[in-house]
Design a protein around this ligand. Structure first.
Ligand code: TYM
Length: 328
């Protein structure tokens, strides 16, 4: 382990990543590589809890891996792998479930939300989702977990499970992880209200073409009180403005802030500036992604290599866990 420690994070293979994943998580994944040993995981088993069909699962994992690589994940140092390829995590999930009170799981806001979203499919795996997530983190002995704020209840839960396990088995084999977020922990979708998410179809993909990006931005909901061009706007409640703060220059942000308030600039022109800046910002990413896609074997090799390196750590931890629990 490096002196500073180990980072672990995961994301469900939902295919091409969107600006929410990028600003909430991937940017941090990339930056943390400079100081920590990093492990990034494509959590396909977690994806099974919500999928109706698994037809695109493999392809979606590859698309996501391409996005990570294009965004700057360096596979020579960082381990990038697919969760189900290191099956020790399922064994640890079972063991951790024995120190997890059921009521804690069903009380989690994330579980309640899923029950609302898919009342026809409240499966056993869905209840245990946070236990599997805890198993991910502790199997690789990570001390830092970069995620968006939507994952905060899961992280707090993971810390409790670690404490229960270590107490019950009088050990310190498992490490209590800490969460870290970016400056943009919750990115709102183009509807201007809900968290950006593929399932809500309110997202903008990183790998979208400039024309697709333009189309999405032009659809973005702005300040709902600004009905006419001549109405003054309120940048502080406008989602377009929150993207300007990330992708536009400080001078442009200042100007838009001032002009919007006096109706000096309309929403259409404001969006056009954002489109230009967003496309400029994403151009190197898109170029690199196109290059990587030309060699499909490369990403498969990266995932294979990641699997082998991850498995070494997983086997070691499981030997310690079995010993602590008293399993033969
Ligand atoms: P998932 O697949 O929903 O999302 C992946 C990452 O993207 C972040 N994110 C966002 N951040 C800000 N604004 C948004 N609109 C937005 N949408 C997504 C998420 O916070 C997350 O960091 N349970 C996890 C996956 C997981 C995991 C783990 C994470 C499984 N095991 C172990 C860390 C460690 C999830 O569903 O992420």
């Amino acid at each position: 382990m490096t002196p500073k420690g180990r980072v672990f994070s995961g994301a469900r293979p939902t295919g091409r990543q969107h600006l929410g994943n990028y600003l909430g998580a991937i940017q941090n994944y990339v930056a943390l590589q400079d100081e920590y040993e990093c492990i990034y995981c494509i959590v396909d088993l977690h994806a099974l809890t919500t999928l109706e069909s698994t037809e695109d699962l493999r392809q979606n994992s590859v698309e996501m891996a391409l996005d990570w690589l294009a965004a700057g994940i360096r596979p020579e140092e960082t381990i990038m792998f697919i969760q189900s390829q290191v099956p020790e995590v399922t064994e640890l999930h079972t063991i951790l479930s024995m120190v997890t009170p059921l009521g804690k799981l069903t009380d989690l806001p994330t579980f309640k939300e899923k029950v609302r979203q898919q009342p026809h499919n409240v499966n056993y795996g869905l209840v245990g989702y946070p236990v599997l997530m805890t198993a991910d983190i502790v199997l690789y002995k990570a001390n830092l977990v970069p995620v968006g704020v939507d994952q905060a209840p899961h992280l707090e839960f993971a810390r409790e499970v670690v404490r229960s396990f270590n107490y019950r088995f009088k050990t310190n084999v498992l490490i209590e992880p800490e969460m870290i977020s970016t400056e943009y922990p919750k990115v709102i979708g183009i509807d201007g209200v809900q968290k950006m998410s593929k399932s809500l179809n309110n997202h903008i993909e990183l790998a979208a073409t400039p024309a697709e990006t333009r189309q999405k931005v032009m659809q973005m909901v702005t300040d709902p009180q600004r009905k006419r061009r001549s109405d003054p706007g309120r940048p502080e409640v406008c989602n377009v403005f929150s993207f300007h703060k990330v992708f536009s220059t400080p001078q442009q942000v200042q100007e838009i802030d001032r002009e919007c308030r006096i109706a000096g600039i309309g929403c259409v022109d404001c969006k056009k500036i954002l489109v230009e800046n967003l496309n400029r910002h994403l151009e190197p990413f898109r170029h690199r992604r196109a290059e990587l896609s030309r060699d499909p074997q490369f990403v498969l090799d990266v995932l294979q290599n990641g699997k082998e390196r991850a498995a070494l750590i997983a086997r070691q931890t499981m030997a310690e866990v079995r010993d602590a629990v008293g399993l033969p």
